[in-house]
Design a binder for this molecule. Structure first.
Ligand code: FAD
Ligand code: SIN
Length: 528
């Protein structure tokens, strides 16, 4: 069976939904999403959206902060473009109904690490939920948009599926849509499109400890890589310094805005340690704070450090951080009197599918936007709250190129049906769950905050074995979300390990004990 849409959008986070709404004014749109529509990294974003709103702030200051965090690898033109367009996107979201926190009838602007000014627009500590709600309300009402929940994109359709050979060197490859698994009927459909937008988000679940929800398995990066799109900078994985350390918390995020509000980091003896690592103390950029915590844990043999915001009153904390306050309270912690145990956790992948500033990938008809991409904005380390900003700005920049391509492209009707001949429903699910757990542990232990040549080599060998076993299982099995996700996580792990092994220096989020310094000749993105 085949569906046909002018525009196929894979993913229903900030990037996918804001693109879908814009192109729906010009044609039919199918939004494919693997769980309920709201389930996305976007929905869990806490701190907010960085934008120059305050008259005392400036575009140049936001550009400068982004470039400093990016440690020499940002594309300055992209940074300036995104930062400049930020305030307009915030105004649009508010016109669409987003309710952001105000103080004295003006937007309340929070502070986060690496920012030299208060510029974080937020909805208390649940900004992503408000953005997602605003966009989804409109998408659900739009007559040109059809949303397919519990539909899983398995592969991008290219010339490969027409029997032609494709390679990364081939200049004129095209995307014709995607094979999509209906999770209820267990059938794979062809979804044909003139333009496909890849907005499948990040890959935090590749690591054992992550702030990301279960959907973040790197499917889009892996699908695009298999389709021979260009991918870059995968070694730059951001670890958020403060996820809640509690057996029942599943690495719940304690927003950087809490440190922006004055919270201090202390070791388990109660000593404040950040002044010994960076002049900006608790508000240094994330890579620095995460490495400092990692260093404290390793030196002292502790399992966590403490975040201390006990100088604030209960009322103040409940007003500014209602979600975090409630989560801590549900685990028996009162933020106004108790120290919060925290550890770093994988949070954001700065690399991804290479696009230009109009969201064009290296494959015709395939656009990409949001966390799945590498655009040049984040460089070697993303500045806090620049991610929702990127998704909102570049999804709108993508519209012009989408319309142009849709006007000249047609549906590729001779794409064959999904072929599952010779496959069976697997009996041994233990291989999938074991390999998934093992992969996440290998990545956490060997490809984490601090890396070495030896650890990366171990990770390469282990992930190779997991790859071979899983590919064998995949070839023999009827397609399923579990196996596809595992394949994709292994592909993403491979890309991270390969990129990390290529970079022989320490820069931004990539810290190698064998190469502890910045190396001028390494100042370039890692393309694959
Ligand atoms: P997502 O919002 O992750 O959406 C991806 C979508 O793709 C989902 O709907 C998913 O189900 C779908 N999908 C994935 N694979 C498939 C598939 N194979 N088939 C079909 N559908 C698929 N950034 C900020 O700027 N400010 C913040 O305050 C902030 N806080 C954060 C807090 C947390 C806890 C987390 C996890 C992230 C935070 N980030 C923050 C990062 C930011 O939320 C994300 O980078 C951003 O929301 C990504 O948006 P996106 O649209 O690209 O992807
Ligand atoms: C946070 O609230 O600390 C997350 C912000 C971000 O990831 O940009």
């Amino acid at each position: 069976m085949a569906h046909r849409f002018d525009y196929l959008v894979l993913g229903s986070g900030a990037a996918g939904l804001s693109f879908a709404l814009a192109v729906a004014e010009h044609g039919s749109v199918g939004v494919v999403t693997k769980k309920e529509s709201a389930e996305s990294n976007t929905n869990y974003a806490q701190g907010g959206i960085a934008a120059v709103i305050d008259s005392a702030d400036s575009v140049e200051a936001h550009v400068r902060d982004t470039l400093i965090a990016g440690a020499g690898l940002c594309d300055e033109d992209v940074v300036r473009l995104v930062v400049k367009e930020g305030p307009r996107r915030i105004a649009e979201l508010m016109a669409q109904g987003a309710g952001f926190t105000e103080s004295n009838k003006r937007l309340h602007l929070g502070r986060e690490g690496g920012h030299s000014a208060n510029r974080i627009v937020h909805a208390a500590d649940a900004t992503g939920r408000e953005v997602e709600r605003t966009l989804l309300d409109q998408v659900r009402d739009h007559p040109n948009i059809q949303v397919f929940e519990y539909h899983y994109a398995v592969e991008l359709i290219t010339e490969h599926h027409l029997g032609e050979s494709v390679s990364r060197a081939r200049p004129a490859e095209h995307c014709y849509g995607a094979y999509v698994l209906d999770e209820e009927s267990n059938r794979v459909h062809r979804v044909l499109a003139k333009v496909t937008m890849l907005a499948t988000g990040g890959a935090g679940r590749v690591y054992l400890h992550t702030t990301n929800p279960a959907i973040a398995t790197g499917d889009g990066i892996a699908m695009a890589y298999r389709a021979k799109a260009r991918v870059a900078n995968m070694e730059f994985v951001q670890f958020h310094p403060t996820s809640l350390h509690h057996p029942e918390a599943d690495s719940f995020l304690i927003s950087e805005a809490v440190r922006g509000h004055g919270a201090l980091l202390r070791n388990t003896d109660g000593e404040r340690f950040m002044p010994g690592y960076d002049d900006r103390c608790e508000l240094a950029a994330r890579d620095i704070v995460a490495r400092a915590i990692d260093d404290q844990l390793k030196q002292r043999g502790d399992a966590f450090v403490h975040l201390d915001i006990t100088h604030e009153s209960r009322d103040e904390l409940q007003e500014h951080f209602p979600t975090i306050y409630e989560k801590c309270a549900s685990l028996g912690l009162d933020m106004s009197t108790d120290l919060i145990p925290v550890v770093p956790a994988a949070h954001y992948v700065c690399g991804g599918v290479v696009t230009d500033v109009d969201a064009q990938t290296s494959i015709h008809g395939l656009l990409a936007c949001g966390e799945v991409t590498y655009t040049g904005l984040h460089g070697a380390n993303r500045l806090a709250s620049n991610s929702l900003l990127e998704a909102l700005v570049l999804s709108q920049r993508a519209v012009a190129s989408a319309l142009k391509q849709a006007a000249v492209r047609h549906f590729q009707d001779d794409v064959p049906e999904w072929d599952d001949s010779g496959t069976e429903y697997p009996a041994e699910w233990v291989l999938v769950s074991h390999n998934r757990d093992e992969l996440r542990r290998v990545m956490w232990d060997y490809v984490g905050i601090v890396r070495s040549v030896h650890r990366l080599e171990r990770a390469r060998r282990r992930t190779r074995l997991l790859y071979e076993e899983t590919e064998d299982f995949y070839r023999k099995s009827k397609v399923s979300v579990e196996v596809c996700e595992l394949r994709n996580m292994i592909a993403v792990a491979y890309l991270i390990v390969r990129s990390a092994s290529q970079r022989r220096e320490s820069r931004g989020l990539h810290y190698m004990t064998d190469y502890p310094d910045l190396v001028g000749s390494e100042r370039h993105p890692t393309f694959i």
